[in-house]
Design a protein around this ligand. Structure first.
Ligand code: AP5
Ligand code: MG
Length: 208
């Protein structure tokens, strides 16, 4: 199963990808997590300001990642494509790999809720899992949680603006192929998970 999670910063892509990964045993490929882990300091200034890393770097990264053996049974893509050139490059790559997306899951959340979630979010610096406010340590590896650099107030607004300008058009790209399931992002994490599973034809209540 090949799934694409689409949505604004803070819409819950990482949260739902985690659920899908544990349920289906396919890798969660999150370009933001890869950038924070791999390019390290090189990409740091761009991330910290809430800007986008250039398309050619991102496309190269995904070309390499989707060819890895663990993607053979499918994958959950989160944070890519974010621009039309990235979406076009991904079409070519999927064609080369002989793959199609089963579904594009669009988590639609209003801006005031995005701002609320991002300002309170905590992240595990070891495994990148995200948590709502009030949690102290990662449930997986007990690392003390921290605030993500780009969740500081000055970076959040630019992230949302660039999403509206560059990433919203990507949705039409997939709508024209009739692949998009729009999910109302209001509600608890479990309620959203139920909607996500229903959209891919896998009903059944889940708990995280
Ligand atoms: P990336 O890491 O992808 O960040 P993002 O798109 O801004 O999305 P987030 O990870 O902030 O949010 P999310 O949707 O995963 O929400 P989460 O599940 O954590 O990218 C970071 C940066 O990398 C970019 O700004 C850019 O610089 C660069 N980059 C990455 N990809 C790129 C590309 N392709 N091209 C160019 N540059 C690229 O949830 C958020 C919070 O809400 C959490 O605390 C969570 O616990 C909570 N929450 C989740 N669901 C609910 C709910 N239903 N109710 C209440 N709280 C909830
Ligand atoms: Mg994320």
């Amino acid at each position: 199963m090949n799934l694409l999670l689409y949505g604004a910063p803070g819409s819950g892509k990482g949260t739902q990808a985690n659920m899908l990964r544990s349920r289906f045993g396919i890798p969660h490929i999150a370009t933001g997590d890869m950038l924070r882990a791999e390019l390290g300091r090189q990409a740091q200034p761009i991330l910290a300001k809430g800007g986008y890393v250039p398309d050619d770097i991102m496309i190269g990264m995904i070309r390499q990642r989707l060819r890895q053996p663990d993607c053979a049974r499918g994958f959950i893509l989160d944070g890519f494509p974010r621009t039309i050139p990235q979406a076009e490059a991904l079409d070519v790559l999927m064609g080369e790999l002989g793959r199609r997306f089963d579904r594009v899951l669009y988590l639609r959340v209003e801006t005031t809720e995005l701002l609320r979630r991002l300002s309170g979010r905590l992240v595990c610096p070891t495994c990148q899992r995200t948590y709502p406010p009030g949690t102290e340590r990662c449930r997986e590896d007990s690392t003390t949680l921290v605030q993500r650099e780009d969740d500081k107030q000055e970076a959040v607004q630019p992230r949302i603006e660039i999403y509206l300008a560059k990433t919203i058009p990507v949705l039409d790209h997939y709508r024209s192929e009739d692949l998009v399931s729009e999910i109302d992002g209001r509600g608890t994490i479990d309620e959203i998970s139920d909607q996500v599973l229903a959209a891919i034809g896998q009903n059944g209540r889940v708990r995280q």
